[in-house]
Design a binder for this molecule. Structure first.
Ligand code: ATP
Length: 411
């Protein structure tokens, strides 16, 4: 079902101020650094905390409505907060939180039983869901007899079996090793790809038949891979505000600013198109790309992956008057995702190189080098502002309009 969220939450000095909608069957990945407010947002949607102001509407039904404390409507009793257990919201975090004394089957059946389904029907449906997560032969085991990845797959079966209107996943792969994380991610992708899950479930004879609308899903993650694999759209949260939101290819492939680029592991330099072939940055570097540049005079972002930056001892390279090439001083060498990560003095650019390459050149911190990039790896696009500050249209008429930003989803 459609979920519309408009929230203001204060937690000590921290403020979460977000507005976002997720469509039925859509998966939104929420990406942001530690402490940016991701879990706070999920907790408010799940009904685990009451916002200081805002509305949460699912499928047209108001789950949370809190007017500004200073507003008179408060006194009229218009505020409402449906308790967490009465929301049709499935929440799964890092920890599967299975009942240790129940078998995998009983754990999955438990949620169905609590919806008033008979014991035999609940067990039949639970068995079907356990098959769907590939653990049919583990149905009678208790959680302690399952691996961490298997427990998480059972937890996914448990949350999906109840056919919630909204699915909230808070870093569901974070506690798993790489192999199990990959298995669980693939499983989630398959299940989320079934956009008509409820209808499908009913047709297969295991649904409750209550809902024919697919759930809206929000996946909180630190991992860009999760967003790439699972999401239709990505929102980037920074210090309690959504600084960018849109389709995955745009938000991750064309980051709005250096913060967003760093989060997705890309270099970003801002510049201006100087000629039809060249971009000049404020520090005098010039970049070309194999793709056509925006018109001369356009303010642009120049983006390239660290692995595309080649570093060589200065003497062995041509003078860096050429585009995509500049002189630099190595500052730091540290382990990176794809080799050794190099950073340079007074520069935001990072490079990544195989250890063998660095060893062959005997490069170390403090060395003067020439950095260069293959134009094929350079993407140039008009600079995008972060989500603009626009006054919000209230979702629920009873709540007075309170202009604030950042606003609704960009296309
Ligand atoms: N129970 C709490 N009481 C007071 N402040 C809290 C509470 N929980 C979180 N905070 C604060 O709220 C802010 C946002 O925290 P939150 O857990 O939502 O961030 P997050 O993006 O989920 O971080 P992480 O990626 O580390 O899980 C932080 O400044 C945190 O210190």
């Amino acid at each position: 079902m459609m979920v519309d969220v408009d929230l203001l939450v204060h937690r000590g000095p921290f403020t979460l101020d977000v507005s976002v909608s997720v469509a039925p069957g859509e998966t939104l990945a929420l990406l942001g650094p530690n402490g940016s407010g991701k879990s706070t947002m999920l907790a408010a949607i799940a009904g685990l905390l009451t916002p200081d102001r805002g509305t949460i509407v699912v499928g047209g039904k108001v789950l949370t409505q809190v007017a500004d404390a200073s507003d008179a409507s408060d006194a009229l009793g218009r505020n409402s907060q449906v308790p967490a257990h009465r929301r049709r919201i499935g929440l799964l975090g890092q920890d599967p939180l299975l009942f240790p004394h129940l078998s995998a089957l009983e754990n999955v059946a438990f949620g169905l039983r609590s919806q008033g389904i008979t014991a035999s029907l609940a067990r039949a449906r639970a068995r079907q869901w356990i098959e769907d997560v590939g653990l049919a032969s583990f149905a009678d085991r208790r959680p302690a007899e399952l691996s961490g990845g298997q427990q998480q797959r059972i937890a996914i079966a448990r949350v999906l079996a109840t056919e919630p209107d909204v699915l909230l996943f808070d870093e569901p792969m974070a506690a798993l090793d790489v192999q199990n994380a990959s298995l669980v991610r693939t499983l989630l992708r398959e299940r989320l790809a079934d956009r008509h899950a409820a209808r499908h479930a009913t047709a297969a004879g295991r649904g409750t038949g209550r809902s024919s609308v697919a759930p809206a899903t929000i996946v909180v993650t630190h991992n860009v891979v999760d967003a790439l694999v699972l999401a239709d759209r990505v929102a980037i949260l920074d210090r309690g505000r959504i600084i960018d939101i849109g389709v995955v290819a745009r938000v991750l492939g064309q980051p709005a600013n250096l913060f967003a680029a760093t989060l997705v592991g890309l270099n970003l330099i801002e510049g201006i198109v100087e000629t039809p072939e060249l971009v000049r940055t404020p520090d005098g570097r010039r970049f070309s790309s194999e793709n056509q540049l925006p018109p001369v005079g356009t303010e642009v972002s120049v983006v390239f992956p660290p692995s595309a930056v080649t570093v060589s001892r200065e003497a062995s390279m041509p003078a860096p008057a050429m585009p995509n090439s500049w002189r630099a001083t190595l500052e730091l060498l540290e382990p990176g995702a794809n080799g050794i990560r190099l950073t340079f003095c007074d520069d935001t650019v990072a490079a990544e190189a195989p250890p063998t390459e660095l060893l062959a050149q005997r490069l170390s911190a403090g060395d003067a080098v020439t950095a260069s990039i293959d134009p094929a790896a350079v993407t140039v696009y008009p600079r995008r502002p972060a989500v603009p500050e626009v006054p919000k249209v209230p979702e629920v008429p009873k709540v007075p309009a309170v202009p604030k930003g950042p606003g609704k989803d960009l296309p």
